[in-house]
Each structure stands twice: as C-alpha cells, then as structure tokens.
Design a protein around this ligand. Structure first.
Ligand code: ADP
Ligand code: ZN
Ligand code: ZN
Length: 725
C-alpha cells in the first residue's frame, strides 16, 4: 500500500498519513484533497512511503489529487521544512502559509492565458490627429500599436494608467486581443545613466560571483542603489534568469514596479504583496512558478514563491523590521532569503543606507562581501546638512520651535517643498484633565488612547478600542480637557494656521486608509501641488522628490531612553532615511532636528553622516552587554486573561529550561513592553546563547516540554531572533 505523508494547516508538528488508491499517482509537492475530521481539506504531499506507523484501519484515503497547477518544487519544500524547523512552527502550517489563499481551497485554479493586443481594422484606419490631445495615454498606446503587437508587460511599461486606457480602446473597438501567448520576442533595456565608478565596481563584483555569496550593498541615501539593482537585473535577465526583489513595504512597490517596467519594457514583471486581490496574487504567483514572470517584486511573503530560474535575490532596505513577521510563522524574510540563495547557489544582495548591525557585523567579519557607495550618484546632488535645535529649555506648546517655523517660511518663499516628520499619528497622544489629572487610559490596555480631533474620537492604537471624546472629565466633571503632546494632525493644524497660503498635506496611516489615496498623494507631491508635507515613517522611505529641500524632525528623543536595546539603532536608521529625502535634486538640502540632547553620539553621527563610527559605538555596547549580534536569542511569549495563570506557566517553562542545564543563558520572567493589551496580560522569557547551534539544540529539547505544560487559557509562542519585546 502506498502512503502519502501530507502537510495540513493544523497546529500540530506532524505530517498526516493517507493511503493512495491503486489508480492514483502523486508526486511530492502536489496538492491533494483529504478528509480531516468531518471536513475535506487541501494538503500538500511532502513524502511518499510504503509504511506507516498507524494501524491500517485508522488510515483514510486521499480523495483526489489536484492537478490544476504544477507541484511545488523540491527546493521550495526544503526551504519550508527548514523554516518550520528553525522557527519552531508546525510544518503543515508553515507549508500551507506559503500558498496564495486560492491554492489552499478546493476550487481548481489555472493560469490565465496571457493576452496580446493589436489594432483592429477600425483601429488601423483611425486618424490619430482626430483624437483630443488630453487623451495622452490612449494616443501613446495607439501609436505604439501601429507597428507592433504588445504584451501586457509592454502595455504596462507605457504608463501606470495604460491598462485602464487600453480597456477604453478595446471598448471603442479599436484594439483587439489574441489569446495566443505573446512570447517575449525581444529583450530591451533602457539605459538611463552612465554608472559611477562605485556603482560599476559593485555591479561587477556581484556579476562575478560564481555561486552563492551574500553582498552587503552599503550605499548612502541617493547613492543610486536602485540603479545598481537595475544593472544586476539586466545581466540576469539577459541570461534568462529570474530575479526576486524584496522590499519592506507595499507602499514602495508601485513606484518601483513602474520604474523597472520602464527600464525593461518587454520583460514580464509581477508584484506579490498582501494589497493584491486574491485572484491577482494567485495569477502572479502562477506566472512566477511557470517561469514566465522574470522579475518578481514583493514584500516578505514573496520569499516563498516557486522560481524555477531563480538567479539572483535582492533585499532592498534590508535593515527594515517589516521583513520580520510578527505572528504565526515568525520568520525574517531577509534571513530566509539568504538561506534560499545558499540552497540555490545564487548570489544575494542586501541593500541599505543604514544596514542592520547583524548584517554590518557579518560584512565586517568577512562572512558577507561589503560593497560601498559613498557618494550621491547624481553629480549635482549633495548630502544635506544636518543641524540640531536644542529645545531642552524651550516651552513648545505647539510642538514647533521658532527656528523651524522660520526655516519652513523661507523654504516656502523659495518655492521648494518641505517635510515635517513626526512618528505619531493622531492629534495628541493623550487627553488630560487639568483639574484632577485624569488621563485617557485605554480600559483594555496598559497604553493611552490617542486623541483624533477630525472625528472627535479617542482611539487605542494597540487594541483598536475607540470612544467619543467626553464633554467633561469622566472622574471630576471638569470641562477643561487638554490634549498633551503632539501628533501629525496637530502639526498639520498648527502649520496651516501659521502658513495659511501654504498647501499642507498630511500623510499617515489615517489619511491614506482608502485604496489608491496614497498613489494619488504621491502624484500630487511629484507634481509640486504640495508645499509642506507632514508625515510619519511612511514618508521616510525610498521616495525621490526632487524639489524637497527641507526636512524637519520633531520629537525623536523618546527612543534614546527606551528599554528596547535596538531603539537607538532603529532611530538612527529612520532619521538617516528621512534626512536622505532632502536635496535629492540639484538644490542643496537641509535637515533640522529638534532635540533636548544635541550632543548625543547619535545626533553627532547623523550630522557627520558617519554610519560607520555610529555602528562601531553600538557594536562595542552590544558586545559589552552581551546582546545580538554577539549572541542569539529566543523569546518565549505568553499571554492570558489571568495574571497568575500566565506567570505560573512561564515559571514552569523557566524551571524546565534551567533543568535542561544546556549552554544557554536564561533571563527572568518579565512583563512585555506593552504589559497588557486587549485585556490580556503579556509576559516574556528570554533565553540566549553564543551560537545558533547551541540555541537550536536547547529549543529542540525545550519545546516538547512547553507543549506538555497545561496551558488551557494561555496563548504562547516562540520567537527566534526576536526584534520586538
Ligand atoms: P538610493 O536608492 O541609493 O537612495 P536612487 O537609486 O534612488 O538612490 O538614486 C538617486 C538618484 O540618483 C535618482 O534620481 C537616480 O536617477 C540618480 N542616479 C542613479 N545613478 C545615477 C548615475 N549613475 N548617474 C546619474 N544619476 C544617477
Ligand atoms: Zn478631572
Ligand atoms: Zn487598547
């Protein structure tokens, strides 16, 4: 009897055995339909065997072998098994989580025919001069179609709005489609810049890699890292390879997508991120699996895409914490990407202006190859000058100092754009009663509710709870409730009052909630229909606005006395990023930072654009304190409604850990940084070791003990290489 060992989406660390009927054939990586409990579910065959440990009468049969899409390749299965093992997450859940949702369901899916487009008879005789000039994109499409059949990729390369314009042309009967697959006829590359010497050296180094090698591309903001990627892509695409390019945020994909399309107009590019509809994501995934898509641009989940011709992986902004998933399979897409590159024997490039200390340390110690871009790429663009404004003795009821207002006013007069950066959305972080000191605590969390003045609500940013702003103090009835501190909405109001003629635009998660808003806003900024931008870290990353010359940073100081040992590393990265938005065109940029600690080494390094000395300082601190990258950590997290139960669980977990007497260091059981969230008490236990190997050995012994502990009302999880505490 042949047995299929199947991965299912259930929280158990095993595979499930099913027998195969005589006439059924199946291979590893194929999806099957099997009975589970009273349901019928989709699973993936991970192994085939002649034997099973179960009694024959307990084994059920595979109901159907799904052949709608090709099986997952062995390489991907190996990667997923590694992840399950390394991150200590159930194997079935790990494997199934890598599939687009549609492929986890029972309905068959298939790769849609790729269409190609040509002019209809009516379209051929159309007089283009008779069309109104403002239909520019339609005109460009028609012109391009006059001599050519276009693929979807080529249509998209014409303009981001080309697919919509094309639809209108089809409706008008001027353009027709053919289902016959528009095979890539030619490969073209739009050369835009002559590479600088530094860029060329970096490109050559990666191109010369013979197999797996990790490169850290450390390039200051504006040094042209994207251009290096483009040239690397060029080499790989010419050889017929596929490239996986990971970016930290969905927000960054549309602009990069368009940029790469315009550089490689005949090449099929797909994006993969959670902002796509299920149908789109499935199609893009299938295009990648079929080898038709050559450039795969995605957020962390894209690291698990099957890629038959994978030849290069690029991780942009590798230091970004968004590469780490914070629930379920708590993986770091950057680390998984490195493992994958190693398994496939292909080079991987990690790019950043402010590398994570982990990667930097690896580059310094020779495990990774360091490539440096120390100059801005465009000869005219200079790094901005950074200046601190000491506010330790200033009372700033509205959050902005006189110096900043003056600088903003001057920038406005020059007709240039400015950006005011504050990493807190809402109007004010807390509402206070001036009579009795009542504060707007969240009833369900250990945090405060944030005041949102536009819709007069108090919102908890941790659990989502919200209520109306009360008319008087809930404790003493006093009507004078005051907002304390500043958020983006408040700064927006203050600036609008000071500069009534200025066009102020706020960009944060609240103002960009609706689909498409952020794209429209970016266009507005690009078109210079905005003078002052107020925003959170959404605005800090990746954007290239040429007329932006002034960046103002408000309230960065909290991170300087945070309990999180990574807080100052993150702050430096964030400030260097946001500072890097200034002066990218031909005008010099200026960055003003409001702080009470202008002499802090962090600000000194920021002023001198000296990442290296800052990283050296941090690495010395980490080594002395015994923190990563000098040690490896696992964090046991637990939460529950009853404090006693949670602590009980954790104390038992801790004593088991101690009894194992292995080569690890075990810390005490402590409250999480947010000790209560949505009425759950949250507690941590940190264990660390000098080597990954010792840590993994320890967790392998410890985990079965944790699983055996009574934990009826407790949710717990293991977080390997944790980033948040
Ligand atoms: P980074 O990603 O390193 O911050 P970008 O790739 O966005 O930098 O490049 C910054 C700017 O420099 C862009 O406007 C880009 O078009 C330009 N640029 C890149 N490489 C060159 C080059 N070799 N010569 C001239 N300009 C360049
Ligand atoms: Zn009161
Ligand atoms: Zn809350």
């Amino acid at each position: 009897m042949q047995i299929a060992r199947v991965a299912l989406d259930v929280p158990l660390a095993t595979l499930f055995d099913y027998f195969l009927a005589e006439n059924m054939t199946v291979v590893e990586g194929q999806r099957v339909l099997v009975p589970f409990g009273r349901k019928q579910v989709v699973g993936i065959v991970l192994a085939l065997s002649d034997t099973t440990e179960l009694a024959p009468e307990r084994i059920k049969a595979v109901e159907q072998v799904l052949e709608d899409v090709p099986p997952l390749p062995a390489e991907l299965l190996k990667l997923l098994k590694f992840c399950s093992d390394y991150y200590h997450h159930p194997v079935g859940m790990t494997v199934l989580s890598a599939l687009p949702t549609r492929l986890r369901g029972c309905q068959p899916v298939s790769l849609k025919q790729v269409l190609s487009y040509h002019l209809s008879l009516n379209g051929q005789v159309l007089d283009l001069t008779s069309l109104p000039k403002r239909k520019a994109v339609q005109l460009r499409l028609l012109t391009a179609l006059q001599n050519n059949v276009l693929s979807t990729a080529q249509v998209r390369a014409i303009s981001p709005t080309a697919p919509a314009a094309l639809k209108l042309l089809i409706e008008a009967g001027w353009v027709e489609t053919t289902a016959e697959h528009a095979k890539q006829q030619k490969f073209s590359f739009n050369e835009a810049h002559q590479l600088t010497q530094e860029q060329q050296t970096a490109v050559d180094a990666v191109n010369q890699a013979l197999g797996y090698q990790t490169f850290l591309l450390h390039g200051i903001t504006g040094s042209g890292k994207t251009e290096v990627y483009v040239h690397l892509l060029h080499q790989v695409l010419q050889r017929g390879g596929q490239v996986l390019l990971l970016v930290p945020e969905i927000n960054l994909t549309p602009q990069l997508e368009y940029y790469f399309r315009s550089r490689f107009p005949d090449t099929e590019l797909v994006s993969l991120h959670s902002g796509l509809s299920e149908g789109e994501r499935t199609q893009n995934w299938l295009l990648a699996q079929a080898g038709q898509a050559r450039i795969i641009l995605g957020t962390r989940l894209a690291v698990f895409t099957p890629l038959p011709e994978l030849a290069l992986i690029i991780v942009d902004e590798e230091h970004d914490a968004s590469f780490k998933q914070q629930d379920g399979l708590r993986y770091s897409a950057r680390d998984v990407a490195i493992f994958r590159a190693n398994g496939r024997g292909v080079p991987i490039v990690l790019g950043s202006a402010t590398p994570s200390l982990e990667s930097y340390y690896n580059a310094r110690s020779g495990r990774y190859t360091l490539l440096k871009l120390g100059q801005r790429a465009s000869a005219l663009a200079q790094l901005p000058s950074v200046r601190c404004i000491n506010i330790s003795n200033a009372l700033l009821p509205e959050g902005i100092s006189k110096e900043l207002l003056t600088a903003l006013g001057e920038c406005l007069l020059r007709g240039e754009q400015s950006l005011v950066f504050i990493n807190r959305r809402g109007y004010a972080p807390v509402l206070m009663c001036t009579a009795c000191g009542w504060l707007s605590d969240c009833p369900h969390c250990a945090g405060k509710m944030v005041l949102h003045l536009n819709d007069r609500r108090l919102r908890c940013h941790h659990c989502g709870y919200q209520t109306r702003v009360p008319y008087g103090c809930p404790t003493c009835g006093n009507a004078d409730l005051q907002p304390v501190g500043i958020g983006t909405q408040r700064i927006e109001t203050v600036l609008q009052t000071h500069f009534p003629e200025a066009r102020v635009l706020r960009v944060d998660r609240d103002s960009t909630r609706n689909k498409g808003t952020w794209n429209a806003m970016r266009q507005q900024i690009q078109d210079e229909a905005v003078d002052i931008l107020v925003g959170t870290q959404m605005l800090a990353k990746g954007h290239d606005f040429h007329n932006l010359t002034l960046v103002c940073v408000l309230n960065p100081d909290n991170a300087l006395y945070s309990a999180d040992f990574r807080a100052s590393e993150k702050l430096f990265a964030q400030l260097a990023q946001v500072a890097g938005r200034a002066g990218r065109g031909d005008k010099p940029g200026e960055v003003l930072v409001q702080t009470s600690f202008p002499d802090h080494p962090l600000f000194r390094a920021l002023r001198e654009h000296d990442y290296d000395s800052w990283a050296a300082t941090l690495l010395t601190e980490r080594e002395q304190a015994g923190f990563p990258p000098f040690v490896f950590q696992v964090l046991l997290r637990a939460e529950g409604k009853q404090e006693e139960e949670v602590y009980n669980f954790m104390q038992q977990a801790r004593s088991h850990a101690a009894d194992l007497a292995m080569q690890v260091e075990i810390y005490g059981v402590v409250p999480a940084a947010m000790p209560r969230r949505a009425n759950h008490i949250r507690v941590h236990l940190l264990v660390q070791s000098d080597t990954r190997k010792n840590l993994q050995q320890f967790v392998r012994s410890w985990r079965p003990q944790l699983e055996a502990l009574p934990a009826r009302n407790i949710r717990w999880s293991l977080d390997i290489d944790p980033l948040e505490f």
